[in-house]
Structure formats: structure tokens, C-alpha cells
Design a protein around this ligand. Sequence first.
Ligand code: ADP
Ligand code: MG
Ligand code: MG
Length: 909
Amino acid sequence: MSENKDPHVPQGVKFVYDFTEGNKDLKDLLGGKGANLAEMTNLGLPVPPGFTITTEACKVYLDSGEEPEALRDEVSAHLDALEQKMGKKLGQADNPLLVSVRSGAKFSMPGMMDTVLNIGLSDKSVSGLAAQAGDERFAWDSYRRLIQMFGKTVLGVDGDLFEEELEKAKKAKKVTVDTELDAADLKKLVTKFKKIVKTEAGRDFPQDPREQMDLAIKAVFDSWNGDRAKLYRRQERIPHDLGTAVNVCSMVFGNLGPDSGTGVAFTRDPASGHQGVYGDYLQNAQGEDVVAGIRNTVPLAELEQIDKKSYDQLMQIMETLENHYKDLCDIEFTIERGQLWMLQTRVGKRTAAAAFRIATQLVDQGLIDEAEALQRVNGQQLAQLMFPRFDEAAKVEKIGRGIAASPGAAVGKAVFDSYTAVKWSRSGEKVILIRRETNPDDLDGMIAAEGILTSRGGKTSHAAVVARGMGKTCVCGAEELEVDTKRRRMTTADGTVIEEGDVVSIDGSTGKVYLGEVPVVPSPVVEYFEGRMHAGADDADELVAAVHRIMAYADRVRRLRVRANADNAEDALRARRFGAQGIGLCRTEHMFLGERREYVERLILADTDEEREDSLKALLPLQRQDFVELFEAMDGLPVTVRLLDPPLHEFLPDITELSVRVALAESRKDANENDLRLLQAVHRLHEQNPMLGLRGVRLGLVIPGLFTMQVRAIAEAAAERKNAKGDPRAEIMIPLVGTVQELEIVRDEAEQVIAEVQAATGVELKLALGTMIELPRAALTAGQIAEAAEFFSFGTNDLTQTVWGFSRDDVEASFFTAYLEKGIFGVSPFETIDKDGVGSLVRNAAQAGRATRPDLKLGVCGEHGGDPESVHFFHEVGLDYVSCSPFRIPVARLEAGRAASSAKGSDNR
Ligand code: ADP
Ligand code: MG
Ligand code: MG
């Protein structure tokens, strides 16, 4: 019993599946490509026969360093069966069977081994192939392709060496495309290629067909642990132990002359979602030729003229696939002398707009239901649709394209350094900061700019990470643009020079870069949310109608409520239009700025109770009026008001500026008494670590009368609204509580003030008192804190800072790029909640809080409240609502709906 020898292999495991044995649901075992090849085979579509080596075999290889012993025998058995079916033998001299060896993991991943075609060709079988096909040129072309692909991907030879020889051969013959090389030329090329292999790989190109196949299979296994693949997995959180499958597929030939060819197609337009004929076709070509740009392809529709029979068959197959997968599919096919073969299919990528349109189109066609439609779109796509965009109808001059790193449409004058960006923007100019790459020194310039453009770096580069954090448009890695910061200019691929001050436009949603000012149009989706466009109107565009339908469904099924972070009536009204069900965070610090800062200054400087009370008295009516307006805008919906949170020095003048002013005055012997006191106060209040200093509830406890003034303003405003027949629903929230004792003191004072206001106005007031949970200690003692709190709102921004020990403003700009590159996390924990760390505190605090007080209301008001993945998490841990900035409300609504309906068991992509 030879199977028992290998300790890594459980008995009876099957390592190889014929294409007829698998199906599309076996992606874990057969990889995406293999599972779908099997599915097509079973649908009766023309797939060249073949077999798939499972991810299990790969896992054994990765664990033990050797292929499982049983694998070789199983491969032999399947190869035998394949040879019988095809009536040819692998690499046999007179009638060779050729195969391709193709990697295919569960998730499509960059860095995995490229496919090797034409395996089985050798010095001997090349003539057999020529005889079989009656075409000498074709045989030598296939052979040179094999040596080239095998040399590069299996033996690790630098691919350029082969390309250079090919170029030389074309030049020598004074031709431009490979099809113009004849058999003799290709034969010579084969000799050259073999020499390259010998020198570079230190071994001969293997002439034994089975050795070719085995080496290629092993190389696929090995590519699982290539650097690029590993990095990608780390960043995308794909487990390292999934392993890849390997597909061995009998060859069909698109390079057999003009009645052959290869193509790619979509079952619908991936940009609009419309049904139609979308794809490219290239005659007399093999494999990747069609996408490699070596010759000009023709639109798929032209295939109808070239080969009507295959075209009609293809159209029918595409319909079959759509009805079967119930989604847009993309496919790869080859035509060999008038015979159509299907080589791959999968559910295709699409634009954000198409995702919404296709989802509703499929509902209308009766292919999917609304619950499934909701899973076919996501919040990130909706967010993309909400950015203003460049007018598609405008005449534009595109000068380059990079990575769409942070969405939006930005127009401004080109500047090449941070200093100029700041200077120009101060004088009212709009600028685009252009750098090769950015670093922490560019931060001021990035803040000043409308958008950021770099010629280097990817989605996790400094520019990309920081721009996303700031919500600023960014295109990065636009490599064809040569940025010369010294000479303050940039050169495009065609030599156009863009000087400092020239206007450029960048599209952070597509990565496109334009010269000149491209007009920006508002997003129709935002127009719709704003109520300026109606989904039912005759001229409503298809996209808006689709968004409307899907949002309505999300609202019907979601359990999480969605509130807004808003601190003035204008934002509150917009939030309501966007569907907010209340305000989850009204920050009061903005109400203390501008002209009112003076009162705060006096409050801080007060020497006597009297002085302090005077300032508070001056602030009270102003605060009250703020709240009256807010409660009116949100009439009938809850409004959570957070008492003053930031460190006091934020309300005082800048320490350096003030020091200079005082010093200058002193030298003129003209020192101002008030400035001197102010300077002392600024020094006194200066903190090394303001984030962890005198702020939040600590302020309320240390500055007498501050919080009670705010509570009084809220209570009086509520009473006023009630008298005006309104329905104010204020909730008072205490920030930065670490222990229940802090909360109890503030609570007692607040209750007393509320009682006073009730007595004075004769209006009965029900004001909920609760706290933010934003310090680890608060989360850890949530059970105690809930005794004094009627609600918790998780402040996940500060909670993330304090749990990780990250000061966001410092770390994002300095070392997050390095962390992302090293794969320590795949996404910043400030963008998406860190479920394992911060998230587990949230989960436990929610449970502990509810154990103390079963009707404890739970929400979140950090920026995570509008982040798709985080919303799912908050749904799972049972919060009542999420609160986010007004523009993210639709995203949160949609994701809350998706979370609720995917919990019912739909396939979540
Ligand atoms: P990728 O994962 O990069 O799409 P594929 O395995 O699909 O790699 O193969 C690369 C190219 O080779 C594709 O164009 C595919 O259609 C073609 N190809 C793969 N196997 C065969 C085959 N057996 N016969 C002909 N063409 C093939
Ligand atoms: Mg493919
Ligand atoms: Mg906070």
C-alpha cells in the first residue's frame, strides 16, 4: 500500500480531478480557474479536455518540500486517460499531444506563475506537429513560444533576452510583426532560444515531455511562495496556507492561420452593464497575444464577418453562461481552424456604475432576487459614485495615467514642491502638488493642494495613504510622466513639457491625468440624494434609478440605524436628506471658535469665580441658540451632544506667535498686561501630549461651571423647542471617561441643572445621559460604567489611537507606508476597524454594558461608522446605530442592509 508511506497525506485523498469531475463550487479545492473549467465542461461547452491538480497536493508539497508520492501516479493515470481521449500521446514524435500548465488559486493573485503553453514539444515532436497540422511554420512558432515561456517562468531566465532575439530576427527580415517570420526564421530562433536557456539556466531545455510537464507543475507550486504573491496575500489578508491548484489542459491552437485566432469577451459591457457584444479578437494568434498589444486586435463584433459559425456559437455560449452564473462573465476563447474552444470564464470585474445597473437588470430579467442584488454592490462602489467627476462630454487632453489612489476630480496649477503649494494656495490659487513620490516633509503641501499626483509608488505609497486619510484626490505611480522637481517641470511620454503654473486635472477615481482644466460636474447620485433629481422622473438616468431601488431594499432589511456626525443645522438638514435617523455626534468645540474664542480665553484666564461666571454667562445664550437650531433641524430624531472635548490650549493663541508678540512689545517697553497673562496661561496649559492630557471629562471636572453651562444650554434649548411644539430629543454625551466615578460626578451635576431648568420653565424634560467609550479602561470596565450611563457611543478614532498607542496625525504621515508595505496590516486601522484588537474591546464592552443595563443604547461615532467593512462588524456585535459624516450616510445605509441580508446566508463576495 504505497499511499500509506507519506505521513502528510491522509489515506484515500484524491489529488487530481478530471475537468468532468469538478464544479464551480469547488474553488477551495480546484482553484477558481479549475472549478470554472469543470463547470463549463459539465455544461456541455467545448472545453479542451484536461485535469486539475488540487490545492491539497500543493499544500502537501509546501509542508513537506516534496510532491506527495501518490501524485505522480495519479497524474500518470489522468494523462493516460487524456491521451486516449485525444488519440495522441504527450510529446510523441509523430503525433504529439500538447498541453498547457496553468496556475489557479482560489483567489486570482498577482505573482503566481504565468501559464506555459505547448508543453510536449521537442526537437523530435516539432516535426510531428508540423505534419499533424500540415503547417511547418506553425510548429516552429509553437516551439519557440514554448522555449520562451518555459525558459522564463519555469527556469527563471530573463524574458527580455528572448524578446531581444525576436526583435533582432524581425529587424533582420525588415518586418514588424511576428506572423511575418517564416518557418526557417523561427527554426533559427529556436536554436538561439535553446542557447539562451543553456547559458542562463545552466541546463539544456528538457527534451522529455513528461519532464517538461512535471517541472512546470512544480514551478506552479513554488510560485505560491514567490515574494509578490506572499506580499499580496498579506495585504489582502488571504491565508498563506490555501495553496494553488494546477490545471493541465490539452492545447488548442489559435495560431494555425487566418481561420484561427484567440479572443476575450464580456457577456455585458463592464462599463455600462448593457447587454451586447464586448470583446477583442486577434486572428492567427495564441494565448496572451490578444491582450499583449503585439498586433492590433479587432472588436469582437467583427468576428461575425470573419467566422460566422463560431461567432454565433460564441454568442449562444455567452448567453448560456450568463443564465447559468446569473452574472456578468468574462471569458477567454480560441478558434482553431473554425472550431470554437472555451478556455476560461469567471464572474467579471465591472465599474461601480455597472455594478448597480447590472444588479437591477438581473432582477428585472428574473435571474436574481433583491436580496442577491444587494450582495452584488457595495459601499465602496457607492462612495465612488458620489464624488464629483469630470464632464465626460468635455474635450480633454489626456497626458498620462496612474493608479487611482484616492477618488475625486481635482483641478489646479502644477506645483512641484510643498513650499510653493502652501504659498500659492494661501494667495487663493488652486494647486496640484506633483512629486515623484511624497514623504512626511510634503505634508503641508498635501494639505494645501487640491490633489496630489506622483509618478512613483502604488496604493500603499505615502502619497496614497496620506491622501486617503485626508479624503484628498490622489493619483500615484503615473510612471510615464517624468517629474523633475529641480527644474519644476514634468514631461509626458510624447515629450510635452508641463511647467510650474500650468493647469492640470487629475481623476482619482480612474487614475487619468489631463492637461488643462477639465470641467467638473456634480455626481447624479448625489443630486438624487439631495433631492434635486428624482429616481422616478422620465429623465432620471438609469444609474440613479438603480441606486434608488437598491437603497430602498437596503433600508427595508437593515437593522442598524444610521445617524450623522453634524454640528450645525445646515449639515443636519443635509444628513436628513441623505437618510440620517438622528445625530450621533454633535461636537461642541466648533461652537467655541471665531468671535466666541474671546469668551473662552477669558474663561481660562479667570482669576476669580466672578470673572469665570461672567464668561460662562456670555456663552450660555450663544450655546442655547446653537442647540435650538440643531434640534429644530432634527425635530423628532435623537441628537447626541458631546460636551467639550479638546484640550483647552486649542482655544488659546499659538505659543510661538504670542511669545514673539510679547517679546517685541517688551523691547518697545510697551508690554500689554493681557498678553502677558495670556502667555503665562499658554505656558501653563502647554502639554507634551495633548491627546492624553487635560481634555474631555477631565475639563468638566477641573473647570467649574463649564459642563453645567453646556447642559443648561441644552436643557433650555430643549424646553424652548417644546414650547414651540417641537419634538427635541437631546442626548448628553460625556467624552473621554475612563472610570465610572468621573461620570457619576458629572452626571449628578447635570441632573441637578436639568431639574433646575424644568422647575424654571415648567417643561418636562427627558434628556438621556451617556458616555463615549474611547479609552481602553472604559471598555474594560464597561459593566461599571453602564450603571451611570444610559447609552454608550464608541469613539473608535480615539479608541484606535489609545489601543495601538498611535497618534494618528503623527503615524499616518511618518511610518504607515512602511507598515503597509511590510504587510503588518492590509489597511490602516483608522480606515477599517481592527477587529481583533479594537473590535474585541468594542464587542466585550457592548456585552458587559448590556449585562448591567439591558436597554443600554449602543452606537459608534468614529469615522469607522461610515466604513463598509466596519459597518458589517458593528452589525455583528449588535450595536443599535452607526454615526458618520453626512456624505457617508448612504454608504452606511447600504452596508447595514448588506450586513443584515448577508447574515441570512447569501454568497458574499
Ligand atoms: P491567466 O490566469 O493569466 O489568464 P491562463 O491560464 O488563462 O492564464 O492562460 C494564459 C493564456 O493562454 C490565455 O490567453 C489562455 O486562453 C491561453 N491558454 C491557456 N491554456 C490554453 C490551451 N490549452 N490552449 C490554448 N490556449 C490556452
Ligand atoms: Mg486566463
Ligand atoms: Mg474622542
